[in-house]
Design a protein around this ligand. Structure first.
Ligand SMILES: [Zn+2]
Length: 103
């Protein structure tokens, strides 16, 4: 069933930056190139994640322009999922959790 109303705006925000600055393939410096945002439903409420993305700019590197995302993102949620790993691990129904967060 499709969502009939807009999801509430997250009241908290976390900025995640990759800890690694050197390219895993060539060892060169990876610059911060752009940001992505995603909203995540966790047991403690909704969180807006601002993800700073690095990329290797060496043209001869096999990871040339491949995004390097913050490592901590994988500890919070699966890729392209809107529910955090804590929600999934407890096996709670995410739809019921979203409705309880609105109150
Ligand atoms: Zn590289």
């Amino acid at each position: 069933m499709a969502r009939v109303s807009a999801r509430a705006r997250p009241e908290r925000e976390r900025v995640l930056v990759p800890g690694r600055q050197d390219c895993p393939a060539c060892g060169g410096h990876m610059r911060l190139r752009y940001e992505n945002c995603r909203s995540l439903v966790t047991l403690s409420g909704m969180v807006r994640l601002r993800l700073r993305i690095r990329r290797c700019e060496a043209p001869d590197c096999r990871r040339f322009r491949v995004p390097y995302r913050p490592e901590a993102e994988g500890a919070l949620a699966l890729p392209q999922h809107e529910f955090g790993l804590d929600v999934i691990a407890l096996g709670r129904n995410p739809i019921i959790l979203v409705h309880s967060l609105r109150r």
